[in-house]
Write a protein of this length. Structure first.
Length: 226
């Protein structure tokens, strides 16, 4: 167990938020009060020097929390209410203060950066094809070019688990989407995998391009419907 030097703000969405969310849906998902309560958000804020004051925390962070809560239901910012004020935030959300926060599994990744670092470590330590452990100075990186790199912007610099086919239980290969300003990307290696041998490189060059084309189609379809 590890004590975190943070306070927690627990957000509950009130009826105006629910009404706004449902006004955007035409025969799609409906946000009920029960569903909303079951999926509340917890925001961590800096630990106060003295007695924590809920109103001062809301005053400092309400805009960030408001935008994140709106984006959680609808990414398109043009659908968000304008203008957004502190009074509107108070009308749309209830906020509870948790003054003590503990991490019961401190050995597990805590932030997205921790998850990304753990994924990268796994990718670099195992062959993408056969799963053999690769020592630090062994193996090789194999690169692939994307037809539409812009679709992969959310994954840039991060490990992307790539399904090798569209089956629900498909095998997954850990790939790295290189940063756009990296030397690898400049030479056409938008996505890379690590392999242990020429044989495994050949196997990856056979299956990864097909998997990337399929994923690109899916991302493009999702983008066009967003």
């Amino acid at each position: 167990m590890s004590f975190l030097y943070r306070h927690g703000l627990l957000i509950s969405r009130k009826q105006p938020y629910i009404d706004w969310a449902n006004s955007l849906e035409e025969g799609g998902a409906v946000l009920s009060y029960d569903v909303s309560r079951a999926h509340r958000s917890l925001y961590l804020v800096p630990e106060a020097d003295g007695e924590p004051d809920l109103d001062s925390f809301i005053g400092e962070f309400w805009e960030d929390m408001f935008e994140n809560e709106l984006g959680a239901w609808m990414i398109a910012a043009e659908t968000w209410p304008e203008p957004r004020t502190r009074e509107m935030f108070d009308a749309w959300f209830d906020v509870e203060l948790n003054d003590s926060v503990f991490d019961l599994t401190p050995e597990e990744p805590l932030t997205q950066a921790d998850v990304d670092a753990d994924d990268f470590k796994q990718m670099m330590e195992r062959c993408a094809s056969c799963g053999l452990e690769i020592l630090e100075n062994d193996g090789r990186m194999v690169g692939f070019k994307l037809n539409n790199r812009a679709l992969y912007a959310p994954f840039e610099g991060r490990v992307l688990p790539l399904p090798l086919d569209d089956a629900q239980d498909a095998a997954v290969v850990l790939t790295l989407v290189t940063r756009q300003d990296s030397e690898a990307a400049k030479t056409g290696d938008d996505v890379v995998v690590r392999v242990c041998s020429s044989g495994c490189e050949k196997a990856m060059r056979s299956v990864v391009p097909k998997a990337l084309r399929r994923l690109t189609r899916e991302l493009n379809e999702h983008s066009s419907h967003a």
